[in-house]
Design a protein around this ligand. Structure first.
Ligand code: DGI
Ligand code: FE
Ligand code: FE
Ligand code: FE
Length: 187
């Protein structure tokens, strides 16, 4: 599938405001990729697809996750996590994305994981700080992201975890592992 067709296919699966977010993630992911030495084309492709399943019906996300059979544990956690796995699965199955780096960046764009790749970090952070995002502390994370990728991710995970705690939500173990791993890597 060529890029133009892919973009049109993704766009029609989401409301306009989510497409605006996706475009923001594309732009920010390319900037961060250049800044930190990841592949900008891969970052952009992952960004295009990262939220493709976000507005699917819950049953459809669940069916995709069960069909793939790799991350059924996520079904015991917040539904907000599901679109990332469903998205990675159909990116390969339906949209011909074979690149494991790109697929990983889609799959882990919500939860993160232990041992995140450079591309996964770039897309995770771009999702959090694209220009349309507004939450307390986002400008601080943007500042840190000017020069320290891992430190920006730690700040981002702290914000996400704080939000989940406040909402009395379960925390998916990969998110905890991601933060611990990033902390171990920064002094
Ligand atoms: O899809 P987006 O809104 O662009 O962003 P996202 O894919 O990063 O989704 C973030 C949402 O997922 C956010 O509202 C928090 C929620 N969430 C629920 N459980 C978890 C979680 N996020 C993480 N990282 N870990 C969880 O366990
Ligand atoms: Fe998402
Ligand atoms: Fe995110
Ligand atoms: Fe997103």
């Amino acid at each position: 599938m060529d890029l133009e067709t892919l973009i049109a296919t993704v766009r029609e699966q989401m409301p306009e405001r989510r497409w605006v977010h996706t475009q923001g993630v594309m732009g920010t992911a390319v900037i961060l990729a250049r800044r930190f030495g990841a592949d900008p084309a891969k970052a952009e492709l992952a960004a295009i697809l990262h939220d493709v399943a976000k507005f699917w019906k819950v049953d459809k996300m669940e069916a995709a996750i069960r069909e793939e059979g790799l991350f059924t544990d996520v079904l015991n956690y917040d539904k907000e996590l599901w679109h990332a796995h469903a998205g990675a699965y159909i990116s390969r199955r339906d949209y011909g994305v074979e690149d494991d780096e790109v697929l990983g960046a889609i799959r882990y764009h919500t939860s993160g994981r232990e041992g995140m790749t450079l591309l996964e970090k770039v897309v995770w952070l771009a999702d959090l700080i694209e220009p349309g995002r507004q939450f307390p502390g986002v400008d601080d994370i943007r500042s840190v992201a000017e020069n320290d990728l891992d430190e920006a991710l730690v700040a981002g995970f702290d914000t996400t975890l704080g939000f989940l705690m406040e909402k009395k939500k379960k925390i998916y173990p990969l998110t905890v592992l991601a933060r611990n791993d990033l902390l171990a890597g920064i002094k």
